[in-house]
Design a protein around this ligand. Structure first.
Ligand code: SAM
Length: 260
């Protein structure tokens, strides 16, 4: 694998911070992310932000059809020139503007991405609101975000992100990557996570309810419900003394139903 620094030099560009560009440097990291993703044989794969293509060749070789959505015009041109397989398509677009139902019309697909960290939450939101045809998503994120996603009630990192993602997906943690695995080096550790959407219907109002609760995470549930003019009559009395961060997802779902 050619070091990204040299490819960027050849292209006469620098890594763009505004597009969250931190490129994978080592082949062994590509291998471990791919092994953790273990996409199904002959599956469709969407890669968000293929960049200089660190993961692209291995994904194209495995996929029935591979689509890479890259926002940087120069990297998009480079990818098109470099990876000319018959099953491979690059789209020059902002992933947040990309309608996922147009990507693999009528077919399911798996997502693999080393995400631009500054837009992690909007991308997760974008993927999860259109999750019906996504089989699973293997994502490289800031480790701090992964800690929040996997946290359980009562822990410091438990919050809206934990409840939101765990309500919608089965979550598996993968390898941790140190800053030295990237060029340029980020300031933080990164971690791979695999999200498999659950076959559940989640009321969007539940997610809005959770957002409100965790905005006031230091207040008791009783106080928050009162402030929001929500009924506490049917809510179990001992829950009202607790803070949102102490309530499990099942308890929060139960409370939500009682406030309707
Ligand atoms: N996949 C490459 C790797 O692992 O070496 C690059 C990962 S880099 C962290 C993030 C990539 O996402 C960059 O190539 C960047 O240009 C691209 N990107 C940033 N914002 C994007 C957006 N809104 N839509 C699509 N791609 C984007």
């Amino acid at each position: 694998m050619i070091h990204p620094k040299h490819v960027l030099q050849t292209l006469q560009i620098r890594a763009r911070k505004k597009w969250g560009q931190n490129f994978l440097v080592h082949e062994n990291n590509v291998k471990s992310i791919f092994e953790f993703a273990h996409p199904s044989p002959k599956t469709n794969i969407l890669e968000i932000g293929p960049g200089l293509g660190a993961m692209t060749q291995v994904l194209c070789a495995h996929a029935k059809k591979y689509i890479g959505v890259e926002y940087d015009p120069i990297l998009f041109g480079y990818l098109q020139e470099t990876y000319k397989n018959s099953n491979t398509l690059f789209i020059h677009q902002d992933i947040l503007e990309t309608k996922l139902e147009d990507i693999f019309p009528g077919e399911k697909f798996e997502v693999v991405a080393n995400l631009p960290y500054h837009i992690t939450t909007p991308i997760l939101d974008h993927l999860l609101t259109q999750r019906s045809r996504i089989q699973n998503m293997t994502l490289l994120l800031q480790k701090e975000v992964v800690d929040r996603i996997i946290a359980k009630a009562g822990s410091k990192t438990y919050g809206r992100m934990s409840v939101w993602i765990q309500s919608l997906c089965n979550v598996e943690k993968g390898p941790v990557l140190k800053p030295g695995c990237f060029y340029p080096q980020p300031d933080i550790d990164s971690q791979v996570i695999r999200l498999t959407p659950l076959d559940v219907q989640i009321d969007e109002k539940f997610l809005a309810f959770i957002r409100i609760l965790f905005q006031k995470r230091r207040k008791t549930l009783g106080r928050i419900l009162k402030d929001q003019d929500l009924s506490t009559t049917n809510v179990q009395a001992d829950y009202l003394q607790l803070r949102p961060e102490d309530l499990s997802i099942d308890q929060l779902k139960e409370i939500f139903k009682k406030t309707l």
